[in-house]
Design a protein around this ligand. Structure first.
Ligand SMILES: [Zn+2]
Length: 510
């Protein structure tokens, strides 16, 4: 008899709350996730560990549960169905339990983009934010992350939805099509029900201008139409715009042509995308403008210029991600002057406040040295994106409980680092990494804390998850998922702890 059958056997007469309590107290025996126990008309429905994987169990099939597809077990009184937690069943879940569908911000001011490259982190994320006034964007992937992990937007969203159902989290969550660059990518995310679109404008920001001579800049500026030039000049040239009593954004003539050339095409692109794809929707997604993936820091003047142009074109957007000073490398703390960051952050926040949207901080995982500034000055009105750090937390659990597996993973990652470096830039000095095969088991979690080894693992996730042996089997993927299934409570607790560390550092209180 499986655990969940025993739960029903022992406690069949109980109501939902009674069952939840038994499932909670006897989780090791029953293997039923207590907060996933729901009723749908007279059917009982819950998630349980079944035959080495999680499944949705439906007892007493009725018309409201007929769209879930699974294998029938006729020996259970009233009938039972065991359904895989897949994309098709997630659609049935959205219809039956609307709280599992992603939502927009709806006026909530503080949100964290969580991302989950394995599709297993949602329970840990939800346990960390429970009780805090934080809107979680559980599904958050860029097309690059999808390609590197071989996943689809439907799969990423389904993983989040199953986590939400498992935890019985009814306060709502978001799904972010992150760093989307084309109409096709945006349409794809919207079709899949994503509620947040992060428009990456980097292909349209004319970075070549940065290497132009003053004469070339002048020549290209004069080549813009007279209408365009007079539009920008009338609005900004030699204008001083006060943000508050102490801060002014000053558009002097120096650098003005360069700014126009740098952003003119990108602004046009943002306006076009908004008008074509976002504005016509009756249920509009949260729209984020990302200008962070550029070669240079976004100055306050650049930021104001882009945002003011968008607002004048009636583009409604929730947030903007400027490129801050310093370096935001993946999975490690901020590199640069925290004091300088603090100063520019305050100006960016003032601009956003004046113009009416939120600041979004990207690559925000593990930036503990600057979190206190964000917490102090953003007044609880911002969006912070974290992502791959939750993948590293999975490897932290591996390093604790399966040292030899961890060493194999790390060795492969190091060997294939150059491939990953072609799409992620890191400054890790790998010559400083000790030989993982000579590190004692007990020291492996500390080894993972060191910045170079952390970065190596952070950016090679795609290679690790897709690597195959000569017989076509996965080198690491299946073993990793099996390990994390067996160490689920440790993984949930690790994710919870790591995310709480972020929130504490940000000064987010209950
Ligand atoms: Zn970004």
């Amino acid at each position: 008899m499986t655990g969940w059958q025993r739960l029903l056997n022992d406690n069949g007469g109980l109501d939902t709350e009674g069952l939840k309590k038994c499932a909670c107290d006897g989780f090791d025996t029953y293997q039923v996730y207590p907060n996933s126990i729901h009723r749908l008309q007279d059917a009982l429905i819950f998630i349980a560990r079944h035959d080495g994987q999680k499944a949705l169990i439906i007892i007493g099939d009725n018309p409201s549960t007929s769209s879930f597809v699974g294998s029938e077990i006729s020996t259970i009184p009233g009938g039972a169905k065991v359904c895989p937690l897949d994309v098709a069943n997630s659609r049935a879940l959205f219809a039956a339990f609307p709280f599992t569908r992603p939502q927009t911000q709806k006026g909530r001011t503080l949100s964290i983009g969580l991302g989950d490259r394995l599709g297993l982190a949602a329970p840990g994320h939800l346990s960390a934010i429970r009780g805090y006034d934080v809107f979680p964007v559980l599904a958050q992937q860029s097309i690059r992350e999808l390609n590197l992990t071989g996943r689809t937007y439907e799969e990423v969203l389904a993983a989040a939805a199953w986590g939400v159902f498992q935890e019985g989290y009814t306060k709502g969550y978001g799904a972010d099509g992150d760093h989307l660059k084309t109409r096709q990518e945006i349409s794809y995310a919207l079709r899949c029900g994503y509620t947040r679109i992060t428009l990456d404008c980097s292909d349209h920001i004319k970075n070549s201008v940065l290497s132009f001579s003053p004469e070339e800049i002048e020549r290209q500026y004069q080549a813009l139409s007279a209408d365009v030039r007079s539009h920008y000049e009338a609005k900004y040239l030699n204008k001083a715009i006060p943000l508050d009593d102490s801060t002014i954004v000053q558009f002097s003539s120096g650098g003005f042509y360069k700014r126009v050339l740098l952003y003119h095409e990108a602004i046009q692109f943002m306006v076009d995308i908004y008008r074509e794809l976002i504005e016509p929707m009756s249920d509009k997604p949260d729209f984020e403008i990302s200008i962070d993936e550029t070669l240079t820091e976004t100055s306050p003047e650049d930021h104001f210029f882009v945002a003011a142009e968008l607002l004048d074109a009636n583009v409604v957007f929730d947030s903007m991600a400027p490129r801050f000073c310093g370096r935001f490398e993946k999975g490690i703390d901020y590199i640069g002057s925290a004091v300088e960051f603090d100063k520019t952050l305050q100006v960016h926040l003032k601009i956003a406040r004046k113009l009416g949207y939120r600041i979004s901080v990207h690559s925000g995982s593990d930036k503990f040295s600057i979190f206190p500034y964000i917490g102090k000055y953003a007044e609880g009105i911002y969006h912070l994106k974290t992502a791959g750090t939750h993948w590293l937390e999975a490897l932290r659990v591996v390093s604790r409980y399966e040292p030899s597996f961890f060493r194999r993973i790390f060795s492969y990652a190091l060997e294939h680092l150059d491939e990953a470096r072609s799409y992620y830039s890191i400054s890790a000095d790998i010559t400083k990494i000790p030989d993982v095969n000579k590190v004692a088991d007990s020291q492996l979690p500390t080894f993972l804390e060191e910045e170079p080894s952390r970065q190596v693992l952070h950016i090679t996730y795609g290679l690790l998850l897709t690597a195959k042996n000569s017989d076509g089997s996965y080198t690491f993927k299946d073993e990793l998922y099996k390990f994390l299934y067996e160490h689920e409570s440790q993984y949930d607790a690790t994710v919870d702890e790591h995310l709480k560390r972020h929130m504490n550092s940000l000064g987010i209180v209950k």
